[in-house]
Design a protein around this ligand. Structure first.
Ligand code: GCU
Length: 331
């Protein structure tokens, strides 16, 4: 029985809330779990994680605590995932790109202009394809239990970028994955892998000419101060994931897991509700800080990036995921 329950997947646990809710939290052991991420506290994903921590505490009558270490104090996702793997940390947040080195399936989100619309993206990350994706890193010692919207990523730089030709020779910071490196190269620029927390200084000192991200991250990192032109090419939509170490997960009781899963689900809903507002607010804040939003020739970007599709189609491991996503409804 114990063994069987331990092998239940997150989605199966979610499907059986009634049976599990009948356990009593009176008998629950006290436990403090640790979560580290690299976002500023004002970021909507950080707020969603804070809300989750509160809910976990309330739902367990204070017996379960989730202590959060924000702002990259335990390092970026590369470091925190490693801490998860060796049992020194229980949870972290990582973008799909940061998961690509552990499971090629996640590379799908770095494929430019993949989604027909925002609805299809939501249906993927919150539907059966997303559930399957979240389990892909299991053999590496961690899985994801929530997916968060992260809008679209666009280039920002110290000069206007309107077409791929404007990117020629520019050094652009990327989250280093084979797909993002090639993406930048196809646009004639030089990909420069730099941890998120070091991008501001790199821009300021001219080590790089630009980077790419969604509007909230552009503003909250203050990159807006040192790269004034945000070019709306919207090349990718890369979600963030709440990641848990399987070591930590396996040690929890079913009741504890149920409390976490419910709070994680609520944190997804909370974040999704706030995301669009956050984008609007960030755009206003960016303009107030002197940024200029630049309209681009999207078709030219789409055309220049087409060879990435051939790469995916010719690779059996990745083409499977391309097909799965293309089959998801956009309604
Ligand atoms: C986004 C994303 C982060 C990621 C960051 C990056 O802001 O939400 O999870 O770390 O991009 O570019 O590194």
């Amino acid at each position: 029985m114990t063994f069987k329950l331990k092998t239940l997947t997150a989605s199966m646990l979610l499907a059986a809330p009634l049976a599990l809710a009948s356990f009593s939290s009176m008998a629950m052991d006290k436990i403090t779990l640790k979560l580290a991420h690299n976002l500023d506290n004002s970021h909507v994903v950080a707020k969603a994680l804070d809300a989750m921590a509160k809910e976990i505490s309330t739902a367990s009558d204070g017996k379960m605590k989730l202590r959060i270490y924000p702002g990259g104090q335990m390092g970026g996702p590369r470091e925190t995932i490693e801490l998860l793997q060796n049992g020194a940390l229980d949870f972290t947040k990582a973008s799909a790109s940061e998961m690509e080195p552990f499971a090629p399936a996640f590379s799908i989100f770095s494929l430019p202009y993949l989604f027909k619309n925002a609805k299809q993206f939501d249906n993927v990350i919150h539907g059966p394809v997303g559930e399957e994706l979240m389990q892909q890193t299991k053999e590496k010692g961690f899985v994801s239990i929530a997916a968060y919207e992260a809008g679209t990523r666009s280039f920002y730089a110290k000069k206007e970028i309107k077409t791929p030709a404007d990117m020629k020779g520019l050094k652009i910071r990327v989250v280093a994955t084979p797909t993002t490196l090639k993406l930048i190269e196809l646009l004639g620029a030089s990909p420069t892998p730099i941890p998120f927390g070091e991008v501001y200084t790199a821009l300021q000192q001219g080590v790089i000419d630009g980077a790419e991200n969604n509007e909230p991250s552009y503003v909250q990192t203050r990159h807006v101060e040192v790269a004034k032109f945000y070019s709306e090419d919207q090349h990718t939509a890369v979600p963030d994931y709440l990641v848990v170490s399987t070591k930590a997960w396996d040690k929890l009781s079913d009741e504890q897991r149920q409390i976490i899963m419910t709070a994680a689900k609520h944190s997804e809903e909370y974040e999704a509700k706030l995301w669009n507002e956050q984008v609007e607010q960030s755009r206003k804040d960016a303009i107030a800080a002197g940024a200029k939003f630049v309209q681009v020739d999207k078709e030219a970007f789409r055309e220049a990036l087409k060879p990435l599709y051939a790469d995916f189609q010719n690779d059996p491991e990745r083409s499977v995921w391309l097909k799965k996503i293309e089959a998801v409804s956009d309604q």
